[in-house]
Design a protein around this ligand. Structure first.
Ligand code: 8GP
Length: 797
């Protein structure tokens, strides 16, 4: 049945049928969870029809396919996405209302799929949705983490990590593929047979495939996200079991499952490192075998693989794909080594997401030789081949007993891309300067984007309705049409409606805060939001220092006409990142004191919302007034939150970093609160001895804030709690928090002044929405298709 000919009554019948025959529950006893699963299955039926149609079209055309290999796919909830993209909102809404259920409550019953950590993972999810919307045949490949990224809560202000149990409920969106499984081996030895290397791995696990269909806008196309789950080669050991050794009997199974247990296990220990490398090889090797199996089934000659497979490496996590593909072609299929390297390079491309040299992965040669002995040999051969190709080169793939995954990914890719214009330029000048000199055409830029279906249409129905009423619906899959709003920006009627949508979003958010977190905020206040991973370079501590300084000023002069403000933070710190956890603790401690201060709290409140995830972002971004993008210039590769805020009408306060630069170029300097040093100025300033102390002496507000923290104003029971944080800021201050403080303070005051004049503010906000249409991930994906993959859409328009 066509999705579009489905009536609300059909939908209701389908829900009731699934409730009865899949869940075995009658309506009188169904819980919200049961209804949600029944609705998911009813929607999934429609989705599967479209998915089959797309798969059949792909099998018939045998086009070049895109394979996106990523350690993370931060997809969040899937039910609403499917309903919206299949255009079933009305039918689902009416059917649920008939059954006496609230649509939003059912949607929000779904747990977030916690399969990612931050920007890189959410980008992969936006890309999957855009690939389906554009109709580009593609597979996403990753790991089906049983517990994903940890769940965050606070205890006395400190971050607590607990396992995320999103898979403890039935997951309606995946299909287990028992027929598609790969045996993945580690360790063992390499021998020679008939002139060929033969790797006999010692330890084996099964990679079992679970497929999730990803549907594009209007259901025109659907692709597959294939996630691998690690399972034991043999079940439990019956002989040991029968001897009464029950725990030992289950050991092989437990060990195998460890590989797909959690995302980013703490890798500060040797075991942690080994597990992480195993995870990377596990999903990369399983995916490459799957790709080759599909290619061979279609009968292609191996040398033509690059004509049929574009394999994108999302950061260095799948970088072992280079050596592994060479191994599959050379060792297992007998292709000459040079040809195998060239063929692999023809397929592979690599996206870099960070400039911090310490974040580019390196594995010890010992670990690599022990886990992947044949790959270690091949890395040496690839290194030699590269040296022969490029006489006089300075780059090597190994250094100080380590293998450098960034260099391996670069060397084995035909294209390497950065994720914003500034980041791509800096890549050429810094981390990959030598390789860029050798391969000047290899690095290209593909500025990130976000999917408008999720980040505007679903997340912000009020604003979406207004946009559609004003310019029609075409913007949903052609976001640059938002520029047609430009004509309405000077229309007071439009601006009033724009302001009303924001006000109501803020009201909703305030009600949710009161109900869920027990916190009351004034919806008229300026909602100032910083949500992202906690990291020194992202400078949440700059924000909290400004907060403390502002609190002191308000306290000293409460009658000075302050603009009420709510500072909202959310984000997780990596479990092993001690400093980031101290920043969280500090923000929570500051919040406790400020929120209880009867003099200042009407003007300034601070909230740190626990367990930041995609769903919280969807709730918060439409309600935000100001978007904090305050990283040290040169450190944030792109940012994608910055784009979501701009689209939803929250102007940025930010530095010239990552995609902020391009956002400002497009939305206009007047509609962006710029501050701080440029990337070049940052480098120069860092060379000034004592730069932090100079900055502190020059600005008593900063000195006062630091002093309050160091004297225990926010930690009365442990006055020295933040000694380390203060020492860092007053000493080395690598991320130049102090040197940018005064400029940040001034920019905040400019933002406040603009906010105090609603006509000015809403105009600026509307300019952000109207001019941010370029930041669609559809545009980004089209860029990858032409510049990197050489693929074309297959979907019928
Ligand atoms: C992020 C970058 O920090 C961000 O600027 C960019 O917008 C995003 O990638 C998408 O390109 N990087 C990561 O998320 C990242 O490096 N994650 C590491 C944990 C692997």
């Amino acid at each position: 049945m066509e999705a579009y000919s489905l009536t609300a009554a059909d939908m209701r019948d389908s829900i009731l049928r699934h409730l009865a025959y899949e869940l075995g529950t009658d309506p009188g006893h169904a819980t919200l969870h049961d209804w949600r699963i029944a609705l998911s299955l009813a929607v999934r039926d429609r989705l599967v029809d479209r998915w089959f149609a797309a798969n059949r079209a792909t099998r018939a055309a045998q086009p070049k396919r895109v394979y996106y290999l990523s350690m993370e796919f931060l997809i969040g909830r899937l039910l609403e996405d499917a309903i919206v993209n299949l255009r079933l909102e009305e039918q689902a809404g009416t059917a649920l209302a008939d059954l006496g259920l609230d649509f939003d409550a059912v949607i929000q019953n779904e747990p977030d799929a916690a399969l990612g950590n931050g920007g890189l993972g959410r980008l992969a999810a936006c890309f999957m949705e855009s690939l389906a919307t554009i109709g580009c045949p593609a597979f996403g490949y990753g790991i089906r983490y049983e517990n994903g990224l940890f769940r965050q809560s606070f205890q006395d202000g400190r971050q607590i990590e607990e396992p995320e149990d999103w898979l403890s409920q039935f997951h309606a969106w995946e299909f287990e593929r028992r027929d598609v499984a790969q045996e993945i081996r580690f360790g063992g030895e390499v021998t020679q047979k008939d002139g060929r290397a033969v790797w006999t791995g010692a330890e084996a696990v099964i990679a079992a495939a679970f497929d999730t269909p990803i549907i594009g806008w209007k259901g025109r196309w659907a692709n597959t996200l294939r996630l691998w789950s690690a399972q034991p080669l043999h079940g439990f050991d019956l002989a040991r079991f029968n001897r009464g050794e029950y725990a030992a009997a289950a050991e092989p199974e437990a060990l195998a499952r460890t590989i797909s247990r959690v995302l980013y296990p703490d890798d500060t220990t040797g075991q942690g490192k080994e597990l992480r490398l195993k995870q990377e090889y596990f999903f990369t090797a399983a995916s490459l075998r799957d790709i080759l199996r599909r290619f061979e089934a279609e009968g292609g000659a191996l040398a033509d693989l690059p004509k049929k497979a574009a394999i994108q490496l999302n950061d260095t996590h799948p970088a072992i794909a280079g050596p592994e593909l060479v191994r599959l072609l050379h060792d297992e299929r007998g292709m000459a080594l040079d040809e195998a390297i060239a063929t692999a390079r023809g397929c592979l491309s690599y996206t870099n997401h960070t400039l911090m040299p310490e974040a580019l992965e390196r594995w010890s040669e010992d670990l690599m030789s022990q886990l992947l002995p044949r790959h270690m040999q091949l890395i040496e051969r690839i290194d030699e081949a590269h040296a022969a190709e490029m006489p006089g080169r300075r780059v090597t793939l190994r250094e100080n007993g380590e293998v450098k995954m960034g260099e391996i990914a670069f060397t084995m890719a035909h294209k390497v891309n950065g994720v914003s214009a500034l980041h791509t330029d800096l890549m050429k000048e810094t981390v990959f300067a030598d390789l860029h000199r050798l391969h000047p055409d290899r690095i290209v830029n593909e500025t990130n984007g976000v999917t408008p279906r999720r980040w505007l249409l679903s997340a912000n129905p009020r604003l979406s309705r207004l946009i559609t009423e004003t310019i029609g619906e075409g913007w949903v899959d052609d976001l640059e049409q938002l520029d047609r709003l430009e004509a309405s920006i000077s229309d007071p009627g439009f601006l009033d409606a724009y302001a009303k949508a924001k006000r109501e979003n803020k009201q909703d958010f305030a009600e949710w805060l009161a109900a869920e977190q027990g916190v009351r905020v004034d919806p008229e206040a300026l909602f100032d939001v910083q949500i992202k991973r906690i990291h020194e370079y992202k400078r949440q501590h700059l924000n909290i220092l400004e907060t403390v300084a502002l609190w002191r000023e308000i306290k000293a002069n409460p009658g000075a006409g302050w603009v009420p403000r709510v500072k909202i933070f959310a984000g997780k710190a990596a479990p092993g990142y001690v400093f980031a956890k101290e920043i969280i603790h500090l923000i929570n401690d500051v919040a406790e004191v400020l929120n209880a201060d009867p003099v200042t709290s009407p003007y300034l409140k601070v909230l740190f919302l626990p367990n930041y995830n995609v769903s919280l972002a969807e709730r918060l971004i439409p309600a935000a007034d100001l978007s904090e993008q305050i990283s040290t210039a040169g450190k944030e590769a792109s940012g994608t939150g910055n784009m979501k805020f701009a689209l939803n009408g929250a102007p940025t306060i930010g530095t010239l970093d990552g995609a902020n630069v391009e956002i400002r170029d497009r939305v206009g300097a007047r509609n962006f609160f710029l501050f701080g040093m440029t990337a070049q100025e940052v480098e120069a300033r860092r060379a000034v001895p004592d730069h932090a102390r100079q900055a502190i002496q020059a600005d008593p507000r900063l000195g006062g804030a630091l002093k309050a923290i160091s004297q225990g104003a926010f930690s009365p029971s442990d006055k020295h709690r933040y000694r380390g944080v203060v020492a860092n800021l007053t000493g080395q201050d690598y991320f130049l928090v102090c040197s940018d403080f005064t400029a940040y303070w001034d920019a905040q005051r400019r933002a406040e002044a603009a906010f105090a004049d609603p006509a000015v503010w809403h105009r600026g906000a509307a300019c952000n929405t109207a001019r941010a249409g370029w930041f669609s991930s559809d545009r980004t994906i089209r860029g990858y298709m032409t510049d990197i993959w050489g693929t074309v859409p297959l979907a019928a328009e």
